[in-house]
Design a binder for this molecule. Structure first.
Ligand code: CA
Ligand code: CA
Length: 102
């Protein structure tokens, strides 16, 4: 139970982290909806416009597995940190490669 909650919390954090990252450094306000839509679509595996519990949980599990670098079934603080450092670098690279549209 505890582990499940932790996984869900981590994944929720992961998902909201992705949303914030897109918006963070003075992006257009309108981007937020787009990011949300993209995230939602990603989780909504069968595209019926709703996220079922199993869709949610399988997305969480995928996120968890992504973070569990040595696949021992636990995400350590270090693994989570490494994951987020890598993600942040990825986002930054993506952002830097995008042409500014002011
Ligand atoms: Ca669905
Ligand atoms: Ca691990």
């Amino acid at each position: 139970m505890n582990k499940l909650l932790t996984t869900a919390a981590l994944a929720t954090f992961a998902l909201s982290g992705a949303a914030f990252a897109g918006d963070h450094e003075g992006g257009h306000k309108g981007d937020h909806g787009k990011h949300f839509q993209k995230m939602f679509d990603e989780v909504d595996a069968n595209k019926d416009g709703a996220i079922s519990k199993s869709e949610f949980m399988s997305k969480m599990e995928a996120k968890f597995n992504e973070q569990d670098a040595d696949k021992d079934g636990n995400v350590t603080k270090e693994e989570a940190q490494n994951y987020w450092d890598a993600k942040k670098a990825e986002w930054k690279a993506k952002k830097d490669s995008m042409p500014k549209s002011e």
